[in-house]
Design a protein around this ligand. Structure first.
Ligand code: ASP
Ligand code: MG
Length: 376
């Protein structure tokens, strides 16, 4: 029987009623004779509330205990969903990350998945049960409970899908897929029916939201098709998969992320800080100059020995195919017309990013969206 992994985010399981409607959707999928593994996030704002609770007790809580606390959020959702499924007469069993065999390194709060054992999941699937897994967590080789960083349930879902040999990984959320822009900024933004894994990775890294970049990276690396769709309706959402038949062109989306900091890395970069902080964009002006990297403001401290060059919001154009010089020139032209200063610019094979002052970011997103997506 084909296997599907579904993941439901915090808003999708935000109340008992919503948990029951997730159970109904699981029941419908099941009726199509699929083996099902369901990954859940913590209900609504639970994770934020738990963080607040911890801070009320200690201003800088120990990371190990923080992970013990935060993993409780997903544990609540998994048990409630298993109960709701029982009401639908579906045999289901819930597992923590540790019971599911999600083995991570031991860096609390931002652990990496080293291996997915998954024997218990396979056994329960073979017994005909739906298996519910608490997202965002695992266990280290020294048997400590770990978490994968904010939004880590997406990563859990893609890792499980790949290791169990699923047909696809479906990510259920409160928007109808990955959109051409943030609908709060651009009300006419539309869902993108299809994205190549590389473009999806670029988009999520540059701030598309919806899917965490680590999950997009894992899907890309492990060739796991990912579908991002709404848990409120039946619209098809965004399918992230290589399309061998077409060579796609044009601008896919406009994103904005921030606040970000541009740092220049000197030679004496502290190796301890290396690799732990995601770089959003990078440039080197000349062989003599240091490498300039753009990182989220909250990550800036992780790169010790780097000096700040600028700060603002990173607004990006992401293309389905390759970025062209004329597209980048038109993008600069639009910014110029808006009198938006570009403090620094960065490019990639399928992206052009401009660092702009925070208060100019939304207008630039709207103008680029109009110029490159609405009018084309
Ligand atoms: N509950 C965790 C968070 O809010 C993990 C997740 O939602 O994926 O970050
Ligand atoms: Mg959450």
């Amino acid at each position: 029987m084909t296997l599907i992994v579904q993941k439901y985010g915090g808003s999708s399981v935000g109340s008992p009623e919503r948990i029951c409607s997730v159970a109904a959707r699981v029941a419908r999928t099941r009726a199509g004779l699929k083996d099902l593994v369901v990954v859940v996030s913590a209900m609504g704002e639970t994770t934020d509330q738990l963080i607040e609770l911890a801070r009320a007790v200690h201003s800088d809580p120990p990371q190990r205990e923080m992970d013990m606390l935060l993993t409780a959020g997903e544990r609540i959702s998994m048990a409630l969903l298993a109960m709701a499924l029982r009401r639908e007469n579906i045999e289901a069993i819930s597992f923590t990350g540790s019971q599911s065999g999600i083995i991570t390194d031991s860096s609390h709060g931002r652990a990496r998945i080293l291996e997915v054992r998954g024997e218990r999941i396979r056994q329960e699937l073979a017994r005909g049960r739906v298996v519910i897994v608490a997202g965002f967590q695992g266990v280290s080789r020294d048997r400590e409970i770990t978490t994968l960083g904010r939004g880590g349930s997406d990563t859990t879902a893609v890792a499980l899908a790949a290791s169990l040999g699923a047909e696809r990984c479906e990510i259920y959320t409160d928007v109808p897929g990955i959109l051409s822009a943030d609908p709060h900024t651009v009300p006419s933004a539309r869902p993108l029916p299809r994205l190549s894994p590389r473009v999806a990775l670029t988009l999520t890294t540059l701030g598309a939201g919806v899917l965490v970049p680590r999950a997009a990276a894992l899907g890309f690396k492990l060739h796991m098709p990912i579908v991002v769709r709404s848990s409120w309706d039946e619209s098809p959402g965004t399918r992230i998969e290589e399309d061998s038949k077409v060579e796609n062109e044009g601008v896919a989306a406009v994103t904005s992320t921030g606040p970000v900091v541009v740092l220049e890395q000197s030679e004496q970069l502290d190796p301890a800080g290396r690799g732990t902080c995601t770089i959003l964009a990078l440039s080197q002006d000349s062989p003599q100059s240091g490498t300039r990297v753009v990182v989220a403001e909250e990550d800036a401290d992780l790169l010790q020995g780097a000096s700040e060059v600028a700060r603002g919001f990173l607004v990006s154009l992401v293309t389905h195919g390759l970025m062209t010089a004329s597209l980048a020139a038109r993008a600069r032209e639009v910014a110029h017309t808006l009198q938006t200063p570009i403090l620094a610019a960065f490019g990639g094979p399928c992206s052009y990013s401009a660092l702009v002052p925070k208060e100019k970011a939304a207008a630039l997103v709207q103008s680029w969206h109009k110029e490159f997506i609405e009018q084309s």
